[in-house]
Design a protein around this ligand. Structure first.
Ligand code: COA
Length: 149
């Protein structure tokens, strides 16, 4: 698939509703490790606190200035980053998820990890294309790892 040129910009308070829409989308929920629908007020509090955290980086992915996905990197105790990603339903299947995760990984150094359900075919493909290696599978969840120079 041809790689679209995407841009990542740090999330800001105005992006809260976009993050909630993508998180609560039924396909996102089915493919997420925690599947509950998130209450809007709980989300707003979580989002505001997340923006303040030094150990969390959240980005909005844009294609031609249009928000089309989000990616998050959480710093773990061992200094590695765990990535999670989601694209907006109307932008799926166009190579954006792959381009977004590839762009994010290029900004990181050291160990980068991700977890995807075995059944989440598109996310498994993204992890493979972006150079993550499968570590182990636990309860249907694949743990991925990649070293970034
Ligand atoms: C997973 C997700 C981010 C993929 O985004 P996307 O922009 O559609 O991804 P791409 O278009 O780059 O496709 C990635 C690969 O998956 C394949 N793919 C896309 N949709 C697919 C589907 N429904 N079933 C199987 N494969 C699919 C593509 O063909 C591509 O494979 P290729 O590299 O061999 O060509 C998006 O579907 C999503 O947000 N899903 C819900 C949330 C989620 O699963 N998050 C994962 C938790 S980390």
């Amino acid at each position: 698939m041809e790689q679209p040129t995407v841009r990542l910009r740090p999330a800001s308070p105005q992006d809260s509703d976009f993050f909630l829409r993508l998180r609560n989308d039924p396909v996102s929920r089915a493919n997420s490790i925690t599947q509950d629908e998130i209450d809007p007020q709980i989300h707003r509090d979580w989002f505001a606190r997340s923006l303040e955290r030094d150990d969390r980086r959240m980005y909005v992915c844009e294609l031609h200035g249009q928000p089309c996905g989000t990616v998050r990197a959480d710093l773990a105790a061992d200094g590695s980053y765990e990535l999670s990603w989601v694209t907006a339903p109307e932008f799926r299947g166009k190579g954006i998820g792959t381009a977004m995760v590839r762009t994010m990984v290029a900004t990181l150094k050291g160990k980068v990890t991700a977890r995807t359900k075995e059944s989440a075919a598109a996310s498994v493909r993204i992890a493979e294309s972006v150079g993550f290696a499968r570590q182990r599978v636990e309860n249907g969840v694949i743990n991925w790892e990649r070293e970034c120079p």
